[in-house]
Design a protein around this ligand. Structure first.
Ligand code: FNR
Length: 363
């Protein structure tokens, strides 16, 4: 269908389901075991109810936001997702170009299908990129990658901590992997007794011995702000602050790692109770299940600085760079409308009182 007929984020999923190969769609859309957490991520926003205020002159609205001090035209970014080339020949390059046009931030995956330098070069000079890291059992390789990232002007490192081992994603396992190679990590996907899971084979280099003591090393080598991606409890949020992290991305990997874990919104509520002081100390981002402008505003109202969008961006690559831009514009447009209908004109005005959380608290 013509791109202009796609009106909402979910429309891109339908196109991707028809257009992508069965293997690609299975890899992108899959989640761990019974898909409970993947669905709950989306459900969590439906169970947060907005409390709009009226008569507040909402003619002019601004949605721009500083994310880790970097300018962004919107309070959302592209979450890191592996192997965008399966969706479009330009893969992560198309995302980088669209992010340049739209002035939003892309977090580049450690398992991207293009080398880091090519993705950065595809953008414009000075464009903000963050890099998502999986620590390699061969630490030397991680040191090289971190040095490269810093020299390329990457602004922050997101260490993924919710996947010391890959989740069990049956839809991905069921379809043959056909020797796919990931450019950045060099991992080769094959079929074996467990199936043909791309995610599982790609994860083989990840060091499952990683622990809190290693963060000092990552900070020292990268010389960049370090975020933890995949924090799921207030207890670990506190530990992240104690270990000198610049921030945390509350995430359960889009429900792809451990199934039946709580959604990021539940963790955010837990933090308000257990460690409210953390909100002033760390940058706090969330991802998983963001599909509407209303979802974005709810997360911001409850204290997130920014939110990440994963699968929808991969699906939007059905239309290459233009699709990524169109998806971004839909989300921006929905966020503007949500703010006007909620009675605020700047995202700094978003506050917890805008959201009735009682349904989510009783789930
Ligand atoms: C991911 N995600 C991910 N995360 C990460 O830290 N490194 C990675 O390489 C990947 N790869 C990846 C591939 C695919 C196909 C998906 C769908 C996801 C997780 C991603 O960053 C993010 O946390 C979720 O996608 C957010 O959930 P939604 O927006 O997809 O619901």
């Amino acid at each position: 269908p013509d791109l202009s007929t796609l009106l909402g984020v979910q429309d891109f999923e339908e196109v991707a389901r028809k257009k992508f190969s069965k293997k690609t769609f299975a890899f992108y859309s899959s989640a761990a075991t019974d898909l409970i957490s993947h669905r709950d991520n989306i459900e969590s926003y439906r169970n947060l109810l907005l409390r709009p205020r009226v008569l507040r002159n909402v003619k002019e609205v601004s949605i721009s936001r500083k994310i880790l001090g970097c300018d962004s035209s919107a309070p959302f970014f592209v979450s890191p997702a592996a192997m965008a080339k399966l969706a479009h020949p330009d893969g992560e390059l198309a995302i980088a170009r669209a992010c340049a046009e739209e002035n939003i931030i892309q977090i580049i995956s450690n398992n991207a299908s293009y080398p880091l330098e090519d993705i950065v070069a595809a953008g414009r000079p000075g464009q903000t990129f963050f890099f998502q890291l999986y620590v390699n059992s061969e630490r030397q390789k991680t040191e090289e990658l971190l040095n490269k990232a810093r020299n390329l002007g990457i602004k922050a490192i997101f260490v993924t901590v919710d996947a010391p081992i890959p989740g069990k994603r049956e839809a991905d396992e069921r379809i043959s992997a056909e020797n796919f190679v990931s450019a950045m990590s060099g991992a080769v996907a094959k079929n074996d007794k467990k199936g043909g899971g791309l995610g599982r084979v790609m994860a083989q280099y990840i060091d499952s011995s990683l622990n809190w003591d290693d963060l000092e090393w990552i900070k020292r080598v990268s010389k960049l702000p370090v975020f933890l991606k995949g924090v799921q409890t207030a207890t670990d949020a506190k530990l992240a602050a104690e270990h000198g992290c610049a921030g945390i991305l509350l995430s359960n990997h889009g429900g792809r790692s451990l199934d039946t874990v709580q959604p990021a919104m539940a963790t955010l509520l837990e933090m308000h109770k257990e460690c409210p002081d953390i909100f002033g100390k760390l940058e706090i981002y969330v991802d998983g299940g963001i599909r509407r402008g209303t979802d974005i505003l709810k997360a911001l109202a409850l204290g997130a600085t920014a939110v990440g969008v994963g699968r929808p961006y991969l699906y939007s690559l059905a239309y290459g760079e233009e699709g990524v831009q169109h998806l971004t514009e839909i989300l921006k447009d929905e966020l503007v409308s949500t703010m006007k209908l909620s009675g605020i004109t700047n995202i700094d005005q978003a506050h917890p009182g805008m959201v009735n959380t009682s349904r989510l608290e009783h789930l």
